[in-house]
Design a protein around this ligand. Structure first.
Ligand SMILES: *[C@@H]1O[C@H](CO)[C@@H](O)[C@H](O)[C@H]1NC(C)=O
Length: 170
């Protein structure tokens, strides 16, 4: 093989490597696309196993990185008292959540999981977190409602309770 054809071959090989290294365009990961189009694209790519996994929420005690990857789990929950260890630090919590998330992001479609936690008295599963007297929240709401109504006003903008799968705000 001549020197010229060898360098041509080398150049072609380099081109192939560059093309192979470029990530495939995935519409569902493109934030510039409309949400509906992204959902449609993602749903088309998902297997039945992936769809089932995404609809499942498991408890932290069984949520290992391997389980997340094997079953494409959509969500993990720390129920009351479900902690990574006794008196676990905030760092231990972050490492727990990041470890699970890393596994989810490494799956074929890279769908992130949603981690949820019971946080009814403040972030009460976490050692040293601020604990609030949550029983008072209802009384505060009642007193505010009564006093607002007593001044003839039917509509108030005040702190409220809101819960959803995406998280709870107190
Ligand atoms: C809890 O708070 C105490 C007092 O500030 C501190 O010494 C301790 O390191 C904290 N522990 C954790 C796990 O955050």
């Amino acid at each position: 093989m001549g020197r010229l054809s060898r360098s041509v071959l080398g150049f072609l090989l380099l081109c192939c490597l560059i093309v192979a290294g470029e990530a495939e365009y995935l519409k569902y990961k493109d934030p510039k696309m409309p949400v509906g189009a992204r959902i449609k694209d993602l749903m088309k790519r998902m297997t039945l196993e992936e769809k089932i996994g995404q609809m499942v929420q498991i408890e932290r005690t069984v949520a290992t990185p391997d389980v997340m990857k094997q079953y494409f789990i959509g969500s993990v929950l720390s129920g009351g008292g479900s902690v990574p260890g006794p008196k676990a630090s905030a760092e231990a919590w972050v490492n727990l959540v990041n470890g699970i998330q890393k596994a989810s992001l490494s799956t074929r479609l890279g769908i992130p999981m949603i981690y949820g936690i019971d946080a009814v008295h403040g972030h009460n599963n976490v050692y040293n977190a601020t604990i609030f007297p949550h029983n008072l929240v209802k009384k505060i709401g009642e007193a505010t409602a009564l006093e607002v109504r007593a001044t003839g006003i039917p509509y108030a903008f005040a702190p409220c309770l809101q819960g959803s799968k995406m998280g709870s705000l107190l």
